[in-house]
Structures are given as structure tokens and as C-alpha cells.
Design a protein around this ligand. Structure first.
Ligand code: UD1
Length: 356
């Protein structure tokens, strides 16, 4: 297949390009080399020579450019990874998220309609579910109440039932869970899914949205305000510092290896045309849960680094526990993660980081 891959020089895009080529696909690779995601000289590597970031043959192109029409000629499927990621710093990030993620996607979809390209694989995220789903012994399946400042400052980190205020326990999230975006990035990921759905309706086309859990592995961006916890801990260890674990370290996540995420994308690329018209979402997770404290301990032990420090700090925008069910991806795409987090996280201790 001839694939247009956006965000091809990024952390996940680089791995998708490699797996797609290994599977015999032709990859037309684009990236705008956004400074916030790439170190400033990365653009110099975009002309065909292989650089340290693996950006061989990646063309520098902003999705908002008119050149997109020419690039889409003869493309079978688009794999859209280009996005500004992370939680963001503050409200001043909102326009950047909207321009790169919302406007970029809208323009890509419009160009795909002009070029007659009917199949899209979209990078989405678990962040669309916000605080996740919980079970209240009295009120059943509930979205949690937003955590209260007085609870957090008193060291009560678990959310409460939105109806009775009592204790609730987290449950696996299925793809039909309502959206509850809590950050600028989450809002832009929800918007991308909505734009893709609208494009499917207008064009009778097909989209598969892959909602990634916490992705880690070789080539992760080093510690920036836009980095996730695995990159932050790995960068701290590289500086000889102990990982700093927030809250009580009992927050639950699912860490999925970037190589598995790349495989999920290639499976979706190969099968999106067999999907019904419309957008089909899949959670992409390893199926194994870890607390942040366990993850920090495993990473520090594998690196022979200083033991993690439990700080008791908390961030207002953080969600407490969020874990996806990987079952639909298994049934619909034949995707199952192969790299167990205990092995992948040990390897992360020595995996190279992308640095500025
Ligand atoms: C992360 C990503 C999000 C992505 C989602 C699913 C970022 C910033 N967040 O969200 O974009 O869509 O996974 O793939 O990339 N923590 C610490 N110490 C630190 C930093 C964080 O203990 O130094 C804790 C946080 O309090 C939180 C947990 O680690 O409980 C995860 O944090 P983080 O990776 O930032 O965000 P996610 O919500 O998991």
C-alpha cells in the first residue's frame, strides 16, 4: 500500500514508518519539525540523509500548506500522527493545540476529500476519557467527581462518587465511554475524532481512531513540559536524579511499548478499508496495569539508579486512574501487545532518548 504518514519524524511516527516499510508498504513521510517536539536542528535532517532522529526521507511540510494536494496523489491510506502532544503548560497553549491539531486535521481531511482518499488511521488518546470510569457500590457505573482541592491537600487522591461522595473503584474503560476531555490536548484529540467522523459522514469514508495509552520506548522525547511521566522519569535517571513520584504513587496506568503501537497502526492501515463507513475507535493498551510508583521503582532498579522519591505533590489536571480495555482492538484488528511492560520498562532504562 502507499501510505501518507504525518508526524513521520516524531517518536511514534518514526516507529510506524519502520514497521510499515518492514511489511513492504511504501511510505510517503511528512513532518513539520515543530520546535516544541524536535530539537532545533532536526529540520536540517529532512532532506534525505539519515539523521540521529531516524528522519530519513521525511519531507518538511505543514499540513496547512497547499502542497498537501500534490502529496496526496496516489495515496491509499493516510496515517495521521502529527500533533502537538502532552498536557500543555497553561491556557496560552490553547491556540497552538487548536491550530496544529484541529486546523491541521481539518485541512488534511478536506485535502483527502479532494484527492479521493477514503481511508484514515488517526492517532487518538486515552485522554479523551478524562477521569475514566468507576463503580460506586450504591450508584453503579459512574464518571468520578472532579477531585476537590481540600481532598488533594489532605492526601486523599482517589476521586469520589459524583452522586453520594462515597468511595468508588476504577474499572476498565471501553470505547463507548463518553468523552470527558480535561486538558487543551485532550480537547484537541476529541475534536480530531469529531472532524474525522464528520468527514466520514460527508464522504462515506472510513476512519480508525487508535486511542493510545501511555506510550514509551526508544526515541522518547526527553523531559519537556509536553512529556509524559515515563520520559520525565527516564530523563531524571539520565541526570543522576531520583524519579519524583506525585500523589501517593498508587495512580494506575497502562504502559504500552511504542513498537506495539506502531504494529497496531500498521494493522489498522491494512484493515481500515474493510471497516464500515464511519469512525471506529480502538483502545491501544498492553492489558497490564502498573501504578506510577511501581513503574518508577522498576525503571530505577533496571537503571541501577537512585530509588524514587514520593513527593506528595499533585497537579490539578491529572487524572487518578485510567485504564483501557484492549479487547475491542483484539477482536477488530487482531492487535495484542507483544512487549510486556516489565521487559519494555527495564529496557527503557537504557533506551536512547531524543534530546534537544
Ligand atoms: C499521558 C500523556 C498524554 C497521553 C496519555 C495517554 C503527557 C504529558 N501525558 O497522560 O498526553 O495522551 O498519557 O497516552 O504526555 N507523574 C509523577 N511524576 C512526574 C510526572 C507525572 O508522578 O514527574 C504522575 C502524574 O501525577 C500522573 C501520572 O504520573 O498521575 C501520569 O502522568 P502523565 O504521563 O503526565 O499523564 P497521563 O495522564 O498519564
Amino acid at each position: 500500500m502507499r501510505i501518507l504518514l504525518t508526524g513521520a519524524a516524531g517518536f511514534i511516527g518514526t516507529h510506524i514508518g519502520e514497521v510499515a516499510r518492514e511489511r513492504g508498504h511504501e511510505v510517503v513521510a511528512l513532518d513539520m519539525f515543530l520546535d516544541k517536539a524536535h530539537w532545533p536542528s532536526a529540520g536540517d535532517l529532512s532532506t534525505g540523509s539519515r539523521g540521529e532522529d531516524g528522519s530519513r526521507g521525511v519531507e518538511r511540510l505543514d499540513l496547512r500548506s497547499d502542497r498537501l494536494d500534490a502529496v496526496l496523489e496516489g495515496i491509499d491510506v493516510v496515517c495521521h500522527q502529527a500533533a502537538m502532544v502532552g498536557n500543555g503548560v497553561d491556557a496560552q497553549d490553547l491556540p497552538d493545540y487548536a491550530e496544529h491539531n484541529d486546523a491541521g486535521t481539518a485541512r488534511l481531511l478536506a485535502a483527502m476529500a479532494r484527492a479521493g482518499v477514503r481511508d484514515l488511521v488517526l492517532a487518538s488518546s486515552m485522554v479523551v476519557y478524562g477521569d475514566g470510569r468507576y463503580t460506586c457500590p450504591t450508584h453503579g457505573d459512574v464518571p468520578p467527581a472532579v477531585r476537590r482541592e481540600d481532598d488533594l491537600s489532605a492526601g486523599r487522591y482517589d476521586p469520589r462518587c459524583p452522586v453520594c461522595g462515597g468511595d468508588i473503584t476504577w474499572r476498565l474503560i471501553g470505547e463507548d465511554t463518553p468523552f470527558l476531555p480535561r486538558t487543551s490536548y485532550a480537547a484537541s484529540k476529541v475534536a480530531q475524532e469529531h472532524y474525522a467522523s464528520a468527514w466520514c459522514t460527508l464522504e462515506g469514508s472510513r476512519a480508525v481512531a487508535l486511542r493510545y495509552h501511555n506510550v514509551y520506548g526508544p526515541g522518547m522525547p526527553a523531559d519537556t513540559p509536553y512529556a509524559g511521566v515515563a520520559a520525565i522519569f527516564r530523563s531524571a535517571i539520565a541526570r543522576g536524579e531520583a524519579p519524583r513520584v506525585f500523589e501517593d504513587g498508587q495512580q494506575v496506568r497502562d504502559f504500552v511499548h511504542v513498537r506495539d503501537v506502531a504494529r497496531a497502526n500498521v494493522l489498522a492501515i491494512e484493515q481500515v478499508a474493510q471497516h464500515p463507513s464511519g469512525l471506529t475507535p480502538y483502545n491501544i493498551a498492553s492489558g497490564t496495569t502498573f501504578t506510577i510508583g511501581q513503574m518508577a521503582t522498576a525503571l530505577a532498579a533496571a537503571a541501577g539508579a537512585r530509588e524514587p522519591v514520593l513527593t506528595g505533590d499533585y497537579r490539578a489536571f491529572d487524572v487518578r486512574h485510567v485504564v483501557a480495555s484492549p479487547e475491542r482492538a483484539k477482536a477488530g484488528l487482531g492487535f495484542e501487545a507483544k512487549i510486556a511492560p516489565e521487559h519494555g520498562l527495564s529496557a527503557l532504562a537504557t533506551d536512547p532518548l531524543r534530546t534537544r
